[in-house]
Structure formats: C-alpha cells, structure tokens
Design a protein around this ligand. Structure first.
Ligand code: FES
Length: 98
C-alpha cells in the first residue's frame, strides 16, 4: 500500500495515509482530531482547510465543492473541503488553530 504524507499546520504534525484517502481519514491514524469535520459528504463546511503546498496532489475540486466554498466565502483556489480531497500526493494544509 502506497502511503502519502499529509502535513498539518500550524501544529506541524505529519501523518501518513494510504494514497487516495480522504483527508478526514487522519482520524483513523491519530487519537486526536486534527481536522474538524461533520457530514463528511461536502455539505456542512466544518472541514474547510487552506492548502499551503501540494494542491495538485489533492485532485481538482468538483463544481459542487467550488460552489459551496464560494457560499462559505472561501472561493479563490486555496481552500478545500478536507472530506472531499483525496490525498494522491503529499500535501500541506492549514487548519484552524484550536
Ligand atoms: S465534513 Fe462536512 S463538508 Fe466536509
């Protein structure tokens, strides 16, 4: 199984996930919830993250995700819904500090 690295800022936590995993699958790799999430289906907006590096490795957002990000005031290309991203290559994201 190929693993890819997801780096979470501002904590600087690095987690390996199987290639193609939704970013919210980090909950299975660590006892602490690093990315807030709710529906896991792109409908609630709880999992918005800022992509710092490796946007191409997360795949292209579909039109529904882009529309919802715009509704949330997060249009412009650097924000994604973590539950809708698949980790195809290593990436760095920023989550809200808790
Ligand atoms: S968890 Fe609800 S939009 Fe991602």
């Amino acid at each position: 199984m190929e693993l890819k690295k997801l780096t979470l800022l501002p904590q600087g936590v690095e987690i390996l996930l199987p290639a193609g995993s939704p970013l919210t699958d980090i909950e299975y790799e660590t006892p602490r919830r690093h990315i807030p999430f709710g529906c896991r289906s792109g409908a609630c907006g709880a999992c918005v993250v800022e992509v710092v590096e490796g946007a191409a490795g997360l795949g292209e957002p579909d039109p529904e995700e882009l529309d919802f990000l715009e509704d949330l005031g997060k249009a412009g290309g650097t924000y994604r819904l973590a539950c809708q991203c698949r980790l195809k290559d290593s990436a760095t994201i920023r989550v809200a500090a808790d």
